[in-house]
Structure formats: structure tokens, C-alpha cells
Design a protein around this ligand. Structure first.
Ligand code: DGY
Length: 347
């Protein structure tokens, strides 16, 4: 009997093709406007599935996993996997994978695009120009902040929080701007200290010194609200905060207040605490640039993510260890062996 893969959102075609070529049945279902399947429907549909391939951000709770007794794995489409209850997956013997590497450059590019757009008020200036409001001295409304040394010849300080693949790619891109670069990551201190042109800082020091703070840490219980009122108040009033990691890393209510009060100069956000909902007051602020979680959204990268998710998924369906398992301890668990045996018996 052919294995069944449930894809509860509109995945790029390359992913479906790769799975179908391997002889598995692919069921792609989602809402009429491309919305991912709601949890209730997911629970109904996962019953007969051997593999679940959700989108990053699509919450997969224990209830969904227990509704799928045949599941051999969950292949998340996205490098962040905070949407999946991995603890329950491990307890239930279900390997979980993500899609690291293929989206590193694309996300680092977007962090820089946001940083530049926020510092120079590009979206605001664009709206002003196309709306026909341009006056001779229109530039006075768009007095931005330098990223490079600029007229003052002072080197600007970039503070990178989280020095994984994406944080490092952001660091590499800073070289052309002649910035001083600092980074904070308690798990990557050696990598920071061994990287040319980056200085290690504890978080508070980094926040106090930086002209631009850019967040690249995963969302965990440790990083939830890592940047709250206290941290925002440590930042310079001329500093800009960029977040392309996960919304809940920042206390969005505290951020809105800090921006309203001029505690910091601006923020460029691609991610939010409760996507796609924005905190009250955020979209009315003049000093923000807000994007709809498009960090990895280029045609090529999204295709590569789909192919990598499919590759991980096929490995799990074949009972092999996938390249990007995030809960490797699952292979030690009796639940995994039980699940594999039960699955074998029901074939
Ligand atoms: C990721 O890969 O984690 C991106 O944020 C898309 O969810």
C-alpha cells in the first residue's frame, strides 16, 4: 500500500513532485485562500497519514500527533520548529525534521533589507513619492540614520543576537559597511570569539552599545520575551531593532510603548507575537517597517525548502534517519521502536 503524506498548506510544486516521484500518495489540503488547515480538520485528516509535512508557524500539538497512529515523522517546512511540540513527538516516538541551511542567505538578505529600509525610511518615502505629495524640500521628512560611517565618520555598531547560521550570514554582509560588529549567543561564544571582526558581548552590553540590534535566535522558553521593557530601555534612543527570527522573542506591547515614547528610534519587523495579528498601535507608528513574515520567501529558496522537507520526509517513511532530525533522542525511545513495529504490521 502506498504511503500517505499529508501536506496541510499549499507547498511549492517541487515538493509535491519529489514526493510523488518516490511513489507516495500526496494529499495537499488547505483553505480556499491558501490558509493552512485548521487544527480540527488536521486532526480528522491526519488519521490515515504516514507523514505530516506542515508549514513553519503551523501549530502541531500533541492532539494532532495522537490522532495519527501511523505517523512515521513530521517534516517541518522551515528552519524554526517552535510550532511543533517536539517533546510530545519524542514521547510518542515521532521524529521531527526542519530545513536548515537552504534559507540562510535569503533570510540574512531580508534582515539587511529591513535594516536599511528602517534606517532610511524607504517604504514611507516610497508612499510619499507615489502619492503625489512630493514637494521640493520633501527630503526633510526622510532624514534617516547612517549605516556606514556616513558624514560623521563614526563607525556604527551592529549587535547580533544569536550567532547561528543566519546571524553569521548577517555578520558577513556587514563587512561592506565598515561597521563594528558585536554578537551575543551564550551557546556560540567560541564561534563568536573565533570569528574575524566580531566581538563577544553579554546581552545588556550589546544593547547599550549598538546602533542596530538584529535578532537571530530560535524561539525557546529561554528566548521568549528576551527583549522586553528593561532591554528596550537599555538601548540607545537612536537605535533600531530588527527582528526576522520569531515574534515572541520580543515583548511586542513593550516594543510599541518604547517606539511611542521615543525610547528607541525605530523597528523593522518580519515576525510578530501572534501572526498574522499585529499588536495594538504597531501599524500606526511612523517609525516602523512591517513585513508579513517573508524572511525565506524567494522562489528558489522556497523550492529548496520544499525539496529538503520532502527528502527528510522520504527518509522517515523509509525508516531511515533523516538528514535534519531535530529530536535525535527519539531514536533511543521504545515508543519509536513500537511505532515502527506497529506500522510494519499494519502494512
Ligand atoms: C523559517 O524557516 O523558520 C521561516 O521563518 C519560515 O517559517
Amino acid at each position: 500500500m502506498a504511503r500517505k503524506v499529508l501536506v496541510p498548506w499549499p507547498i511549492p510544486k517541487a515538493g509535491v513532485d519529489a514526493l510523488s516521484r518516490a511513489g507516495v500518495d500526496v494529499l495537499v489540503i488547505h483553505g480556499p485562500r491558501g490558509e493552512p488547515l485548521a487544527e480540527g480538520q488536521l486532526i480528522e485528516t491526519v488519521k490515515g497519514a504516514d507523514l505530516l509535512l506542515p508549514r513553519g508557524g503551523q501549530r502541531i500539538r500533541r492532539e494532532v500527533m495522537t490522532a495519527g497512529p501511523r505517523l512515521r515523522g513530521i517534516a517541518n517546512y522551515g528552519v524554526g520548529y517552535d510550532n511543533i511540540d517536539t517533546k510530545s513527538a519524542t514521547e510518542l516516538g515521532i521524529p521531527v525534521t526542519n530545513t536548515p541551511g537552504v534559507l540562510t542567505d535569503t533570510t540574512a538578505d531580508l534582515a539587511w533589507a529591513l535594516l536599511m529600509a528602517t534606517a532610511r525610511m524607504i517604504p514611507q518615502a516610497h508612499s510619499y513619492t507615489v502619492s503625489g505629495q512630493w514637494q521640493q524640500d520633501g527630503w526633510k521628512r526622510f532624514m534617516g540614520l547612517d549605516i556606514g560611517p556616513g558624514g560623521s565618520r563614526t563607525r556604527k555598531v551592529l549587535g547580533i543576537v544569536g550567532f547561528g547560521r543566519i546571524g553569521q550570514a548577517v555578520m558577513k554582509r556587514s563587512r561592506g559597511f565598515g561597521m563594528r560588529v558585536t554578537a551575543y549567543d551564550p551557546y556560540k561564544r567560541d564561534a563568536i570569539e573565533n570569528s574575524r571582526g566580531v566581538e563577544y558581548r553579554e546581552l545588556d552590553e550589546l544593547l547599550k552599545e549598538s546602533d542596530f540590534v538584529t535578532l537571530h535566535c530560535p524561539l525557546t522558553e529561554e528566548t521568549r520575551h528576551l527583549i522586553g521593557k528593561r532591554e528596550l530601555h537599555l538601548m540607545k534612543s537612536t537605535a533600531i531593532l530588527i527582528n526576522t527570527s520569531r515574534g515572541p522573542v520580543v515583548d511586542e506591547t513593550a516594543l510599541v510603548a518604547a517606539l511611542e515614547q521615543g525610547r528607541i528610534a525605530g523597528a523593522g519587523l518580519d515576525v510578530y507575537e501572534d501572526e498574522p495579528r499585529l499588536s495594538s498601535g504597531l501599524s500606526e507608528l511612523p517609525n516602523v517597517v512591517l513585513l508579513p513574515h517573508i524572511g525565506s520567501a524567494t522562489v528558489d529558496t522556497r523550492e529548496q525548502m520544499a525539496l529538503l522537507a520532502a527528502k527528510n520526509g522520504l527518509a522517515m517513511l523509509r525508516g531511515r534517519r533523516p538528514p535534519n532530525v531535530v529530536n535525535p533522542e527519539v531514536y533511543e525511545s521504545p515508543a519509536y521502536n513500537r511505532r515502527s513495529k506497529d506500522r510494519g504490521a499494519s502494512d
